[in-house]
Design a protein around this ligand. Structure first.
Ligand code: UT7
Length: 362
């Protein structure tokens, strides 16, 4: 965990400035050896636990992230493998901080199309890997984290009622990591210039966020046939408490109906909405049958919103214990299998090199 005082010890900033301008008090940073896939895996396991679901029943795994472990392959494939989700397709989705809500809409659409029955949607980001720790304007804002939900086909009247996605690429330069992609390839010069770290025009992104958050919340509620009075909770992307307060004012909704945890985690990008959603569900604020509106906004520029009628899954305790043991077994087997497959692949690689050398008399 990194507190504001930890930042103030090395940067020209203060706890008072950060709390007053953002509402952030601390953020969590991935441990050594942890990266986005391992954070995503933790959230995925927790979601399967809560739903008492078998990983082998998953049809699709979507990881919303802009900080995958590697440019390729997708972090979602690492999660798929570690879960032992043998039947699942897996891909990453990059819509910046809107990513989780984008992925939720995609998961919902896949189920509605009828081809998929069980979709694991994860938001995960390791922002500490891309933040410039010397830049006080961004370093103090971000944290690492992951959250996940399991979507399942049902005939009951709950789940995602409506969603909307938005983008305006003209605002791309307001929030970007300039180098390391195909446009500005990684080189000693790009590294020296700090172009692999996140650059943001905070004030302009603030204005954009303060506009789209209430607009998207209102529009998606309307699309779902709900008035704002019918909405029990709004769970916005956690970038800045002031943005959320401004949205509450614009929507004329009491701040108490917004889930806010930016103080404890900072901005965890695609992870922020699912972390807040899971916290509200776990601590009992979010009750079955209630309506919740999720809103994301961020790099792209992008925004996305979803109106959800919440349903709680209460696994039957005795069966759940057996299922938990079964999942544990599956995870262990997945780890063992990974070691075996990688070992065999390396061995085959070495043997075929040796064989080729022999053939050519080297
Ligand atoms: O998740 C993606 C979406 N991201 C966002 O939604 C972020 C949106 N933007 C924001 O949340 C805010 O714009 C910030 C928190 C980034 C900045 O807050 P602000 O109230 O807009 O501050 P500012 O950028 O207007 O800067 C005000 C002053 C500047 O000094 P001068 O030029 O007035 O002398 C900054 O240099 O505050 C200074 N400043 C700081 N001072 C102490 C900027 N960062 C810091 C800092 N500590 N960490």
């Amino acid at each position: 965990m990194v507190t504001n005082d930890d930042h103030a010890a090395v940067l020209d900033t203060s706890d008072a400035w950060i709390v007053e301008r953002t509402g952030i008090r601390q953020r969590h940073i991935a441990a050594d050896g942890q990266a986005t896939a391992s954070l995503a895996l933790g959230a995925a396991r927790a979601a399967l636990e809560r739903a008492d679901a078998d990983p082998r029943d998953l049809d699709l795994i979507i990881v919303a992230t802009m900080t995958p472990d590697h440019p390729m392959p997708a972090a979602a494939c690492q999660v798929q493998n570690a879960l032992g989700a043998a039947r699942a397709g897996a891909f990453d989705l990059n819509a910046g901080c809107s990513g989780f809500v984008y992925a939720l809409a995609m998961g919902q659409a896949a189920i509605e199309a009828g081809s998929y029955r069980s979709v694991l949607v994860i938001g995960a980001d390791t922002m500490s890997a891309v933040v410039n720790w010397q830049d006080r304007a961004t370093a103090v804002l971000f944290g690492d984290g992951a959250g996940a939900v399991l979507l399942r086909a049902t005939d009951e009247e709950h789940g995602v009622l409506a969603s909307l996605l938005g983008a305006d690429g003209a605002g791309d330069e307001l929030l970007m990591i300039p180098a390391g992609g195909s446009a500005q390839r990684a080189s000693p010069e790009t590294v020296a210039a700090g172009l692999h770290t996140l650059q943001m025009n905070g004030r302009q992104v603030y204005r954009f966020a303060a506009r789209v958050l209430p607009e998207a919340a209102e529009a998606v509620a309307r699309d779902a046939g709900l008035s704002l009075d019918d909405v029990d909770w709004i769970i916005p992307h956690q970038a800045n408490a002031r943005i959320i307060e401004a949205a509450a004012q614009r929507l004329q909704m009491p701040l108490e109906r917004f889930v806010i945890n930016v103080d404890a985690y900072g901005n965890t990008s695609a992870a922020s909405v699912p972390i807040a959603l899971c916290e509200a569900a776990d601590d009992g604020r979010l009750q079955p049958g209630q309506h919740v509106v999720l809103v994301g906004f961020g790099a792209g520029l992008t925004w996305a919103a979803a109106a959800v009628r919440w349903a709680a899954v209460k696994p039957e305790v005795q069966r759940a214990t057996l299922h938990r043991l079964w999942r544990e077994l599956l995870y262990r087997w997945a780890g063992l299998r990974t070691g075996l497959v990688r070992g065999i692949n390396r061995l085959v690689g070495r043997l075929s090199t040796l064989w080729r050398r022999r053939k050519h008399g080297e």
